[in-house]
Design a protein around this ligand. Structure first.
Ligand code: IPE
Ligand code: IPE
Ligand code: MG
Length: 251
């Protein structure tokens, strides 16, 4: 049976997040410059976005550039920003054809002007699309996001807009960059690293984690299907017992 046929349409994750890692090592293995890896990584992005839309995944969030990635050599940061602009220009049609809304999380005002403008334009042009939301995490760091949340909430308390007593999980959710997104169901990281690297710390509280050794530019449709099949074979208990979930006992 084809891998795709093994995916159960009833248990498709509502939100997949991916740490797209391994572009540099992929290029190095081929004796090429890191930029070559980033260029090829954009092909995996396109294919993954299209495959997720085809499978009916409603939310896909891609870690494209972290707050820590600003510390890379300037030439590499420039390459990544140029690739962002060219990909946005090139893939606006893909987003339209697949009825995908583009969204961004992170300190996007820190991006170079051109990247910020192109991003804002594509977000505006795709805002009515409703088949899938594609969120790009750009200049994103979870700690920076949480700092932003704390500041916003404190300001509202100080100005008597909300009370300290009213602060609950939903208030925190409303102030996150991801306020209009559901919790992450499945987090995938490529390239064999087993860490979160400051990505969506709050939002992955109950996500299923899936790590693969495949380097991002090699990440294929089949690799995505494998991750989904693996996810569908897990039991998400959310603190309960297996018996409770299978309704063998009451309560
Ligand atoms: C992921 O690949 C892309 C970004 C972080 C922007 P890397 O560039 O981290 O590739 P490796 O981890 O060095 O192989
Ligand atoms: C995480 O990858 C950030 C992105 C994929 C955009 P890194 O390659 O920057 O993470 P570390 O440095 O290995 O933790
Ligand atoms: Mg890396």
């Amino acid at each position: 049976m084809d891998l795709k046929d093994q995916i159960k349409s009833k248990n498709i994750p509502n939100h997949i997040a991916i740490i797209m890692d391994g572009n540099g090592r992929w290029a190095k293995q081929k004796g090429k410059l890191r930029a070559f890896g980033h260029q090829n990584g954009t092909k995996s992005v396109k294919q993954t976005v299209e495959t997720c839309a085809e499978l009916g995944i409603k939310n896909l969030t891609l870690y494209a550039f972290s707050t820590e990635n600003w510390n890379r050599p300037k030439s590499e940061v420039d390459t990544l920003m140029k690739l962002l602009v060219s990909s946005l220009k090139k893939e606006l049609k893909t987003l339209g054809d697949n009825n995908i809304r583009l969204n961004a999380i992170g300190n996007i005002k820190a991006l170079p002007k051109k990247a910020f403008q192109e991003l804002s334009e594509v977000i505006e042009k795709t805002k009515e699309n409703n088949h899938m939301t594609l969120t790009l995490a750009l200049s994103y760091g979870s700690r920076e996001e949480l700092k932003h949340v704390v500041k916003e909430i404190c300001t509202k308390v100080k100005n008597n807009i909300i009370s300290v007593e009213s602060i609950d999980e939903s208030v925190i959710n409303q102030h996150l960059y991801t306020h209009d997104l559901p919790d992450v169901d499945l987090l995938i990281r490529t390239s064999g690293e087993h860490r979160i690297s400051n990505f969506l710390l709050w939002q992955i509280a109950y996500a299923e984690l899936y790590f693969t050794d495949v380097l991002w530019p090699d990440f294929s449709k089949e690799n995505l299907y494998e991750a989904l099949i693996n996810y569908q074979n897990r039991e998400r208990r959310f603190g309960k017992t297996s018996e409770q979930l299978n309704k063998k006992v009451n309560v």
